[in-house]
Ligand binder design. Structure first.
Ligand SMILES: Cc1cc2nc3c(=O)[nH]c(=O)nc-3n(C[C@H](O)[C@H](O)[C@H](O)COP(=O)(O)O)c2cc1C
Length: 165
């Protein structure tokens, strides 16, 4: 039985995910970045994370050839930055949302968190590549993280602890 793509994506849209901006710098010093919700931690020892990047994305060649990359986990007030780094055919860095941060990579100040990685390996994942990073530096901020669910940006809401513990 084959799954209809629209049914698959509608089901997956129900899965809440983080909103991150992955960045890297190529050998010519040019910056690259894209918005992603397919970010996850993978291993504690060694510390590994992953993010999936579409093979047809304009950023794919740069990330496939990168030795290092940064994952900026966006805070709830940073949905505009998420939209900017998902926009096609524009200079995503023109607004000046990033500064050189951990490992000298483009970082977003006041992000909910950042993880700077060395590229560990790239695994084939259908029409996406799975970029696996070995974490070399981290930053954990104070602001609540942005959430993507049902095709919209949302903020996490804490449940009444007394009712759910
Ligand atoms: C909330 C959100 C989550 C996204 N998640 C991913 C993702 O996990 N992987 C991915 O390859 N593209 C993802 N995208 C799309 C990319 O940000 C970008 O639009 C896409 O790579 C096409 O860009 P291009 O113009 O560089 O080809 C997401 C976009 C948004 C707005």
């Amino acid at each position: 039985m084959s799954v209809v793509p629209e049914q698959f994506t509608r089901a997956m849209a129900r899965v809440p995910g983080p909103v991150v901006v992955a960045t890297t710098v190529d050998r010519a010093g040019r910056r690259w970045g894209f918005t992603a919700s397919s970010f996850s931690s993978l291993s504690i020892a060694p510390p590994l994370v992953l993010v999936c990047l579409g093979k047809s994305a304009s950023t794919h060649a740069a990330f496939a050839g990168a030795d290092f990359f940064m994952i900026n986990i966006l805070a709830e007030e940073q949905a505009d930055i998420a939209r900017c780094f998902a926009r096609s055919g524009v200079d995503r860095f023109a607004a000046g949302d990033t500064l050189p941060m951990e490992l000298g990579l483009p970082g977003i100040p006041n992000a909910a968190a950042r993880v700077a990685c060395a590229m560990d390996r790239i695994v084939d994942g259908g029409d996406h590549s799975i970029l696996i990073g070995r974490v070399e530096a981290t930053f954990a901020g104070e602001d609540a993280p942005l959430v993507y669910c049902d095709r919209s940006f949302q903020r996490p809401v804490a449940l009444d602890a007394a009712r759910y513990v």
